[in-house]
Design a protein around this ligand. Structure first.
Ligand code: CP
Ligand code: NVA
Length: 306
Protein backbone atom coordinates (compact mmCIF):
# COMPACT_ATOMS: atom_id res chain seq x y z
CA UNK A 1 0.00 0.00 0.00
CA UNK A 2 1.44 3.39 -1.01
CA UNK A 3 0.91 6.08 1.64
CA UNK A 4 3.01 9.12 2.54
CA UNK A 5 6.80 8.77 2.42
CA UNK A 6 8.46 8.46 5.83
CA UNK A 7 10.19 11.66 6.89
CA UNK A 8 8.45 13.88 4.30
CA UNK A 9 6.15 16.83 5.01
CA UNK A 10 2.39 16.97 4.48
CA UNK A 11 1.69 20.63 3.77
CA UNK A 12 -0.82 20.25 0.96
CA UNK A 13 -3.02 17.54 -0.51
CA UNK A 14 -0.79 17.94 -3.56
CA UNK A 15 2.13 16.54 -1.53
CA UNK A 16 0.70 13.07 -2.21
CA UNK A 17 -0.11 11.32 -5.46
CA UNK A 18 -3.59 9.92 -6.19
CA UNK A 19 -2.26 6.51 -5.26
CA UNK A 20 -0.85 7.77 -1.93
CA UNK A 21 -4.07 9.65 -1.18
CA UNK A 22 -6.17 6.51 -1.68
CA UNK A 23 -3.54 4.49 0.21
CA UNK A 24 -3.92 6.79 3.22
CA UNK A 25 -7.71 6.32 3.14
CA UNK A 26 -7.25 2.57 2.99
CA UNK A 27 -4.77 2.61 5.90
CA UNK A 28 -7.14 4.79 7.95
CA UNK A 29 -10.01 2.39 7.28
CA UNK A 30 -7.88 -0.60 8.28
CA UNK A 31 -6.68 1.10 11.48
CA UNK A 32 -10.28 2.06 12.27
CA UNK A 33 -11.64 -1.44 11.81
CA UNK A 34 -8.72 -3.18 13.52
CA UNK A 35 -7.54 -4.95 10.35
CA UNK A 36 -4.16 -3.32 10.88
CA UNK A 37 -2.16 -1.88 13.72
CA UNK A 38 0.64 0.64 13.88
CA UNK A 39 3.08 1.70 16.60
CA UNK A 40 4.51 5.12 17.36
CA UNK A 41 6.03 3.99 20.63
CA UNK A 42 8.82 6.31 21.72
CA UNK A 43 7.78 9.03 19.24
CA UNK A 44 6.75 12.55 20.26
CA UNK A 45 4.53 14.90 18.22
CA UNK A 46 4.79 18.65 18.82
CA UNK A 47 1.65 20.75 18.35
CA UNK A 48 2.25 24.37 17.30
CA UNK A 49 -1.22 25.92 17.09
CA UNK A 50 -1.58 29.65 16.44
CA UNK A 51 -5.37 29.32 16.00
CA UNK A 52 -8.09 27.66 18.09
CA UNK A 53 -8.88 23.97 17.53
CA UNK A 54 -10.99 21.23 19.07
CA UNK A 55 -11.08 18.38 16.54
CA UNK A 56 -7.60 18.67 15.06
CA UNK A 57 -5.83 19.16 18.39
CA UNK A 58 -7.69 16.37 20.17
CA UNK A 59 -7.63 13.87 17.29
CA UNK A 60 -3.87 14.30 16.77
CA UNK A 61 -3.29 13.95 20.52
CA UNK A 62 -5.47 10.88 20.95
CA UNK A 63 -4.06 9.32 17.75
CA UNK A 64 -0.55 9.58 19.20
CA UNK A 65 -1.62 8.21 22.61
CA UNK A 66 -3.50 5.27 21.08
CA UNK A 67 -0.48 4.38 18.91
CA UNK A 68 1.84 4.47 21.95
CA UNK A 69 3.41 7.87 21.32
CA UNK A 70 3.31 11.16 23.19
CA UNK A 71 2.39 14.77 22.45
CA UNK A 72 3.79 18.06 23.61
CA UNK A 73 1.74 21.25 23.35
CA UNK A 74 3.95 23.99 21.96
CA UNK A 75 1.37 26.78 21.97
CA UNK A 76 3.05 30.09 21.12
CA UNK A 77 1.86 31.53 24.44
CA UNK A 78 4.04 28.95 26.25
CA UNK A 79 7.10 29.14 24.01
CA UNK A 80 9.45 31.77 22.66
CA UNK A 81 7.48 31.65 19.38
CA UNK A 82 5.03 34.03 21.04
CA UNK A 83 7.91 36.41 21.77
CA UNK A 84 9.09 36.45 18.18
CA UNK A 85 11.79 33.74 18.01
CA UNK A 86 12.28 33.23 14.27
CA UNK A 87 10.57 30.26 12.62
CA UNK A 88 13.86 29.05 11.15
CA UNK A 89 15.43 28.85 14.61
CA UNK A 90 12.38 27.25 16.25
CA UNK A 91 12.12 24.65 13.48
CA UNK A 92 15.75 23.58 13.83
CA UNK A 93 15.60 23.41 17.64
CA UNK A 94 12.32 21.48 17.80
CA UNK A 95 13.68 18.98 15.25
CA UNK A 96 16.25 17.95 17.88
CA UNK A 97 13.56 17.16 20.49
CA UNK A 98 10.44 15.82 18.77
CA UNK A 99 9.75 13.43 15.87
CA UNK A 100 7.10 15.41 13.98
CA UNK A 101 5.30 18.76 14.14
CA UNK A 102 1.62 19.48 13.47
CA UNK A 103 1.26 23.20 12.81
CA UNK A 104 -1.87 25.37 12.58
CA UNK A 105 -1.16 28.91 11.44
CA UNK A 106 -2.17 31.67 9.04
CA UNK A 107 0.22 31.92 6.07
CA UNK A 108 1.13 28.85 4.02
CA UNK A 109 4.55 30.50 3.62
CA UNK A 110 5.10 30.16 7.38
CA UNK A 111 4.46 26.41 7.43
CA UNK A 112 6.68 26.09 4.34
CA UNK A 113 9.44 27.89 6.24
CA UNK A 114 9.04 25.47 9.16
CA UNK A 115 9.31 22.58 6.69
CA UNK A 116 12.37 24.09 5.02
CA UNK A 117 14.33 24.33 8.27
CA UNK A 118 12.95 21.32 10.18
CA UNK A 119 14.61 17.94 9.71
CA UNK A 120 11.43 16.12 10.85
CA UNK A 121 8.02 15.82 9.12
CA UNK A 122 5.84 18.93 9.27
CA UNK A 123 2.07 18.39 9.00
CA UNK A 124 -0.37 21.11 7.98
CA UNK A 125 -3.04 21.20 10.70
CA UNK A 126 -4.74 24.11 8.83
CA UNK A 127 -3.46 27.25 7.18
CA UNK A 128 -5.33 30.02 5.40
CA UNK A 129 -4.63 28.13 2.14
CA UNK A 130 -5.31 24.47 2.96
CA UNK A 131 -6.64 21.94 5.48
CA UNK A 132 -5.34 18.64 4.05
CA UNK A 133 -5.94 16.32 7.05
CA UNK A 134 -9.60 17.41 7.12
CA UNK A 135 -10.14 16.35 3.51
CA UNK A 136 -8.78 12.86 4.16
CA UNK A 137 -11.46 12.43 6.85
CA UNK A 138 -14.10 13.87 4.51
CA UNK A 139 -13.37 11.47 1.68
CA UNK A 140 -13.08 8.51 4.06
CA UNK A 141 -16.61 9.40 5.16
CA UNK A 142 -17.90 9.53 1.58
CA UNK A 143 -16.26 6.16 0.94
CA UNK A 144 -17.92 4.67 4.03
CA UNK A 145 -21.31 6.08 3.06
CA UNK A 146 -21.30 4.73 -0.50
CA UNK A 147 -18.68 1.98 -0.53
CA UNK A 148 -16.70 3.71 -3.29
CA UNK A 149 -15.37 7.09 -4.40
CA UNK A 150 -14.60 7.12 -8.14
CA UNK A 151 -17.43 8.68 -10.13
CA UNK A 152 -19.13 10.32 -7.11
CA UNK A 153 -19.88 14.04 -7.01
CA UNK A 154 -19.33 16.38 -4.07
CA UNK A 155 -20.85 19.88 -3.99
CA UNK A 156 -19.33 22.51 -1.71
CA UNK A 157 -21.47 25.58 -0.98
CA UNK A 158 -19.98 28.68 0.66
CA UNK A 159 -16.62 30.41 0.83
CA UNK A 160 -13.74 29.50 -1.49
CA UNK A 161 -11.48 28.98 1.53
CA UNK A 162 -8.82 26.58 2.86
CA UNK A 163 -11.32 23.70 3.09
CA UNK A 164 -12.59 24.36 -0.45
CA UNK A 165 -8.99 24.38 -1.73
CA UNK A 166 -8.09 21.04 -0.15
CA UNK A 167 -11.41 19.57 -1.28
CA UNK A 168 -10.68 20.60 -4.88
CA UNK A 169 -7.32 18.82 -4.80
CA UNK A 170 -8.48 15.83 -2.74
CA UNK A 171 -11.60 15.12 -4.78
CA UNK A 172 -9.61 15.37 -8.00
CA UNK A 173 -7.00 12.92 -6.64
CA UNK A 174 -9.75 10.50 -5.59
CA UNK A 175 -11.61 10.68 -8.92
CA UNK A 176 -14.57 12.44 -7.27
CA UNK A 177 -16.14 15.27 -9.28
CA UNK A 178 -16.27 18.48 -7.28
CA UNK A 179 -18.51 21.53 -7.71
CA UNK A 180 -17.74 24.68 -5.72
CA UNK A 181 -20.46 27.34 -5.48
CA UNK A 182 -19.48 30.66 -3.93
CA UNK A 183 -20.79 34.22 -4.08
CA UNK A 184 -19.09 36.41 -6.69
CA UNK A 185 -15.71 37.52 -5.39
CA UNK A 186 -15.27 34.52 -3.06
CA UNK A 187 -14.19 31.89 -5.60
CA UNK A 188 -11.27 29.61 -4.74
CA UNK A 189 -7.69 30.47 -5.70
CA UNK A 190 -7.41 30.16 -9.52
CA UNK A 191 -4.00 28.42 -9.25
CA UNK A 192 -5.53 25.68 -7.08
CA UNK A 193 -8.51 25.36 -9.43
CA UNK A 194 -6.13 24.98 -12.39
CA UNK A 195 -4.13 22.31 -10.54
CA UNK A 196 -7.32 20.46 -9.56
CA UNK A 197 -8.45 20.53 -13.21
CA UNK A 198 -5.11 19.08 -14.25
CA UNK A 199 -5.39 16.23 -11.72
CA UNK A 200 -9.08 15.65 -12.53
CA UNK A 201 -8.21 15.22 -16.22
CA UNK A 202 -5.98 12.29 -15.17
CA UNK A 203 -8.52 10.68 -12.81
CA UNK A 204 -11.53 11.18 -15.11
CA UNK A 205 -13.41 13.55 -12.81
CA UNK A 206 -14.78 17.08 -13.24
CA UNK A 207 -14.21 20.42 -11.56
CA UNK A 208 -17.04 22.95 -11.63
CA UNK A 209 -16.68 26.49 -10.25
CA UNK A 210 -19.94 28.41 -10.14
CA UNK A 211 -21.90 31.14 -8.36
CA UNK A 212 -25.10 29.05 -8.58
CA UNK A 213 -25.61 26.68 -5.62
CA UNK A 214 -28.46 24.92 -7.47
CA UNK A 215 -26.16 24.06 -10.38
CA UNK A 216 -23.54 22.76 -7.93
CA UNK A 217 -25.84 20.39 -6.01
CA UNK A 218 -27.54 18.80 -9.05
CA UNK A 219 -26.76 15.05 -9.02
CA UNK A 220 -24.46 15.44 -6.01
CA UNK A 221 -23.78 12.49 -3.68
CA UNK A 222 -22.42 14.72 -0.94
CA UNK A 223 -23.17 18.32 0.07
CA UNK A 224 -20.50 20.15 2.05
CA UNK A 225 -20.26 23.53 3.70
CA UNK A 226 -18.01 25.45 6.09
CA UNK A 227 -18.26 28.72 8.00
CA UNK A 228 -18.72 31.86 5.91
CA UNK A 229 -15.94 33.67 7.77
CA UNK A 230 -12.84 31.67 8.68
CA UNK A 231 -10.46 32.23 11.57
CA UNK A 232 -8.69 35.51 10.91
CA UNK A 233 -11.71 36.97 9.04
CA UNK A 234 -13.81 37.73 12.12
CA UNK A 235 -14.21 41.40 11.19
CA UNK A 236 -15.97 40.36 7.95
CA UNK A 237 -18.43 38.00 9.58
CA UNK A 238 -21.35 40.48 9.71
CA UNK A 239 -20.98 41.67 6.09
CA UNK A 240 -20.60 38.09 4.89
CA UNK A 241 -23.94 37.10 6.47
CA UNK A 242 -25.70 39.18 3.81
CA UNK A 243 -23.38 38.29 0.93
CA UNK A 244 -23.61 34.54 1.62
CA UNK A 245 -27.36 34.37 2.41
CA UNK A 246 -28.16 32.23 -0.66
CA UNK A 247 -25.26 29.84 0.05
CA UNK A 248 -26.85 27.92 2.89
CA UNK A 249 -27.37 24.15 3.02
CA UNK A 250 -31.04 23.86 3.95
CA UNK A 251 -33.75 21.29 3.24
CA UNK A 252 -34.73 22.99 -0.05
CA UNK A 253 -31.18 22.79 -1.42
CA UNK A 254 -30.69 19.28 -0.07
CA UNK A 255 -33.75 18.07 -2.03
CA UNK A 256 -32.02 19.14 -5.25
CA UNK A 257 -29.15 16.67 -4.68
CA UNK A 258 -29.46 12.88 -5.12
CA UNK A 259 -32.12 11.44 -2.78
CA UNK A 260 -29.50 9.50 -0.77
CA UNK A 261 -26.99 12.38 -0.64
CA UNK A 262 -25.03 12.84 2.57
CA UNK A 263 -24.31 16.17 4.26
CA UNK A 264 -20.84 17.06 5.51
CA UNK A 265 -19.41 19.98 7.48
CA UNK A 266 -15.85 20.20 8.80
CA UNK A 267 -17.20 21.89 11.97
CA UNK A 268 -17.45 24.06 13.99
CA UNK A 269 -20.84 24.96 12.46
CA UNK A 270 -22.85 28.14 12.71
CA UNK A 271 -26.43 26.88 12.66
CA UNK A 272 -28.87 28.94 10.55
CA UNK A 273 -25.94 30.58 8.74
CA UNK A 274 -24.15 28.15 6.38
CA UNK A 275 -26.34 25.20 7.46
CA UNK A 276 -29.75 24.89 9.08
CA UNK A 277 -30.23 23.12 12.38
CA UNK A 278 -32.76 20.86 10.63
CA UNK A 279 -30.21 19.61 8.10
CA UNK A 280 -27.22 19.20 10.44
CA UNK A 281 -29.40 17.26 12.89
CA UNK A 282 -31.27 15.44 10.10
CA UNK A 283 -30.99 11.86 8.82
CA UNK A 284 -28.70 12.75 5.89
CA UNK A 285 -26.08 14.38 8.13
CA UNK A 286 -22.82 12.42 8.45
CA UNK A 287 -20.98 15.18 10.29
CA UNK A 288 -20.37 13.16 13.48
CA UNK A 289 -18.88 10.19 11.59
CA UNK A 290 -16.85 12.73 9.61
CA UNK A 291 -15.49 14.27 12.83
CA UNK A 292 -14.67 10.81 14.23
CA UNK A 293 -12.78 9.99 11.05
CA UNK A 294 -10.34 12.81 11.84
CA UNK A 295 -8.88 10.45 14.49
CA UNK A 296 -8.46 7.54 12.08
CA UNK A 297 -6.84 9.58 9.30
CA UNK A 298 -4.50 11.35 11.73
CA UNK A 299 -3.28 7.88 12.73
CA UNK A 300 -2.71 7.00 9.07
CA UNK A 301 -0.81 10.25 8.46
CA UNK A 302 1.32 9.90 11.60
CA UNK A 303 2.06 6.21 11.07
CA UNK A 304 3.20 6.93 7.49
CA UNK A 305 5.36 9.98 8.20
CA UNK A 306 6.79 9.67 11.71
N1 CP B 1 -12.54 20.87 11.52
C1 CP B 1 -11.55 21.31 12.33
O1 CP B 1 -10.39 21.43 11.93
O2 CP B 1 -11.95 21.59 13.59
P1 CP B 1 -11.06 22.28 14.71
O3 CP B 1 -10.87 23.74 14.30
O4 CP B 1 -11.87 22.14 15.96
O5 CP B 1 -9.74 21.58 14.79
N1 NVA C 1 -12.41 27.49 7.15
C1 NVA C 1 -12.41 27.32 8.59
C2 NVA C 1 -12.17 25.91 8.94
C3 NVA C 1 -12.18 25.61 10.42
C4 NVA C 1 -11.90 24.16 10.72
C5 NVA C 1 -11.35 28.23 9.20
O1 NVA C 1 -10.26 28.32 8.65
O2 NVA C 1 -11.64 28.86 10.22
Amino acid sequence: MSTLTKGKDFLSIDDCSSEQFLGLLSLAEQLKTGKRTASLRGKVLGLVFLKASTRTRVSFTVAMYQLGGQVIDLSPSNTQVGRGEPVRDTARILSRYVNALAIRTFAQAEIEEYAQYATIPVINALTDLEHPCQILADLLTVQEAFGDLAGRKLAYIGDGNNVAHSLLLGCAKAGVSVAIATPTGFAPDPAIVARAEEIAAQTGSNVIITTDPHEAVADADALYTDVWASMGQEEESISRQTLFRDFQINSTLLKQAKPNAIVLHCLPAHREEEITNEVIEGPQSWVWQQAENRLHVQKAVLASLA
